[in-house]
Design a protein around this ligand. Structure first.
Ligand SMILES: C[S@@+](CC[C@H](N)C(=O)[O-])C[C@H]1O[C@@H](n2cnc3c(N)ncnc32)[C@H](O)[C@@H]1O
Length: 366
């Protein structure tokens, strides 16, 4: 293509996927997001003119422009094998909305991102049925699991990626990175060290700056950039004692009995990542929406030395560190409270993964 391909981002969140696509020259013409603070973050980075802040069902057919590519992951309601395959089931309404946009915008390609268990969902079956003999029957689907680390993201996050194309079947992009690079001619996985080692180990604030901005006629906290997001927390003394016991790659099983909360003392197996400490020379595990709570995953800062207690950094990663592990650019602007921004970061598609898909898809566009 000679002119910039146009892009619609549905369920856009803060725009993680758009960040990957704009890196390869895509031109966003419409985004839809119903969370005010996520929509404000999107607007702060890509403009307020083309984002619809509100429910996807409110966007009239006439307001949907043509686009070369439609991206986005409709939230999945459930993964029961007994899930309904009935398109009229209310749980399927968001999927029908996605398909409505595809029918009207007539993209050459659409890309859906979802959680790794998505292939077990009723929504996935609905999508396949619609591609076989329904609303999107002229699209060929490719689906599979992609690991973000295999595309240069310093994070082991697995996502279902579906590519629908009416310009010939599009396979998934080939990995560019791997755990064992010498075998495959790829580069080594990028690591936590690559992403966050340049940042101050001890943030000098625990708060976001007190700034406000106006988006969609509403006042929202922000826009915050770069070190604004590098704030610490105020853990209790007992939490600090716990963090101090946990070496890189370790977790709750490294805690001595006297520091174990009762619920963990009674639960001897499972939930191995919780209270985990990252490792400098590995990708992180999945950054979720509550990465600021150490009991929710492997979120402790990787700096820890057995024989030098003074060289231990006993805190969870900051919002900035989480954003960098998701590969958001340094210039990215954020709106919302601490909790709302964490949700935007954890919900996003890693920018590097979206960029790898964008570059690949672009080469097929006519
Ligand atoms: C997983 S997040 C999207 C992340 C985004 N793709 C990114 O890379 O940053 C899903 C988003 O769908 C939005 N959403 C859910 N239901 C919606 C609806 N009915 N209309 C518009 N947005 C909706 C949620 O607020 C959430 O931000």
């Amino acid at each position: 293509m000679t002119k910039a391909p146009t892009l619609i981002d549905l369920f856009a969140g803060c725009g993680g996927m758009t960040a990957g696509f704009t890196r390869h020259g895509f031109n966003p013409v419409l985004a839809v997001e119903h969370d005010l603070h996520a929509a404000a973050t999107y607007a702060a980075n890509y403009g307020e003119d083309h984002i619809h802040w509100g429910d996807i069902a409110e966007v009239a057919d006439d307001d949907i422009p043509d686009a070369d590519v439609v991206i986005g992951g409709p939230p999945c309601q459930g993964f029961s094998n007994l899930g309904s395959k009935d398109v009229n089931d209310p749980r399927n309404q968001l999927w029908k909305q996605y398909l409505r946009f595809v029918q009207i915008a007539r993209p050459q390609v659409f890309v859906i991102e979802n959680v790794d268990r998505f292939h077990k969902s009723a929504e996935f079956q609905l999508l396949r049925d619609e591609a076989d003999h329904g609303m999107i029957e002229d699209y060929e689907l490719t689906h599979g699991l992609l690991l973000a680390a295999d595309y240069g993201v310093p994070q082991r996050r697995t996502r279902t990626i579906i590519i629908g194309s009416r310009v010939g079947r599009i396979p998934h992009p080939e990995p560019t990175h791997s755990k064992f690079p010498t075998l495959s001619g790829t580069q080594p996985w990028r690591t936590v060290r690559d992403a966050i080692s340049a940042l101050p180990e001890r943030p000098d604030t625990t708060e976001l700056p007190d700034t406000k901005t106006d988006y969609f006629g509403r006042v929202v906290p922000g826009e915050f950039k770069w070190l604004d997001l590098h704030f610490g927390r105020k853990p209790r003394e007992q939490s600090l004692l716990r963090y101090d016991c946990i070496p890189p790659g370790g977790g709750r099983f490294d805690l001595p009995d006297e520091l174990l909360p009762r619920c963990w003392r009674e639960k001897k197996t499972g939930t191995t990542d919780v209270m985990g400490r990252m490792r400098w020379d590995h990708p992180s595990l999945t950054i979720r929406t509550e990465f600021f709570k150490p009991e929710k995953g492997q979120y402790l800062h990787p700096q820890w030395e057995a024989d030098r207690p003074e060289r231990r950094v006993n805190r969870v990663i900051t919002h900035l560190e989480a954003a960098l592990l998701q590969e958001f650019p340094e210039t990215f602007a954020w709106c919302g409270s601490k909790i709302q921004i964490a949700k935007q970061i954890g919900n996003a598609v890693p920018v590097g993964l979206a960029a790898a898909i964008a570059r690949h898809v672009q080469s097929y566009l006519q």
